[in-house]
Design a protein. Structure first.
Length: 267
């Protein structure tokens, strides 16, 4: 039995199948964790969703920014963007079933036995694991609640850029969303910077990668989202899973029992 964590698939179904073949993945005994962004930008978003859904209890995933965008289009009436490639899902006969399945996924997951936390973009230093899970559940309740359409219509935006415990309403939910799904660089107060998406060396003045700030725990943190890192953080406990498959890079899996890495090329 093995458990593997896999980075951003983004509709790259064929590389996913080759990766699972390389791992000799058997859903009867093995498990998969996905770091979000299952869909969009790649060519086979529909196939990815259908396959991962078919795995049932053999897989779990957290929501990424591209997953939330698709949900916002479907449930919030947001417009499909020019570069979006998940129209096949919206046109599928099982679209409602797939979207309902996607909607049930959390923003964060924690395995206490392994002391491993996973969210799409990571874990900001000002939140401990307990607070992060509480905030993730708060956001998940909003996604499933009667005001979900209002949330999706107000999800986009860069403000507020810094977490405060006294935030309320849609601003609070947007801020939680951005930390879990869009975070890369932070300032010393934990304030988010959204423009820079490249390597660590491109950090603007006063900002640094979120994982470079000290934490008060020894939790291993799995995350995707930051393809430019190419899987390198320089810190063993911060495991970067997005190696840019959709951009011509690789698709990465990490064995959570041995921390061995396995990759396949985009093509």
């Amino acid at each position: 039995m093995a458990t593997y964590a896999i980075g951003d698939i983004q509709g790259c179904f064929e590389p996913l199948q080759r990766l699972l073949d390389k791992l000799s993945f058997d859903p009867a005994v093995d498990s998969l964790w996905f770091a979000g962004d299952l869909i969009n930008r790649g060519p086979q978003s529909l196939e990815c969703l259908r396959y991962i859904k078919s795995l049932g209890d053999s897989s779990l995933s957290v929501l990424g920014n591209h997953d939330l965008h698709a949900l916002a289009v479907y449930y919030g009436g947001e417009k499909v963007k020019r570069k979006d490639t998940f129209q096949s899902i919206l046109q599928a006969p099982d679209c409602e079933e797939l979207m309902q399945w996607l909607l049930r996924h959390p923003l964060a997951y924690y395995d206490s036995a392994r002391n491993i936390f996973m969210s799409h973009a990571g874990l900001p230093p000002q939140w401990d694991v307990s607070q992060a899970l509480t905030l993730a559940e708060e956001l998940q309740q909003a996604l499933r609640g009667p005001d979900a359409k209002s949330y999706f219509q107000n999800m986009y935006g860069n403000e507020p850029a810094c977490w405060r415990d006294d935030l309320t309403g849609l601003e609070r939910l947007r801020c939680i969303t951005n930390y879990f799904t869009r975070m890369r660089f932070l300032d010393a107060d934990g304030g988010l910077e959204f423009k820079h998406k490249e390597k660590i060396e491109t950090a603007p003045p006063g900002y640094a990668p979120w994982f470079s700030y000290p934490r008060q725990d020894d939790t291993t943190i799995l995350f995707g989202h930051w393809a430019a890192l190419q899987g390198h953080t320089g810190r063993a406990r911060f495991v970067a899973l997005d190696t840019g498959c959709v951009w011509g890079g690789t698709l990465r899996a990490v064995n959570l029992d041995t921390m061995e890495m396995t990759e396949v090329a985009h093509a």
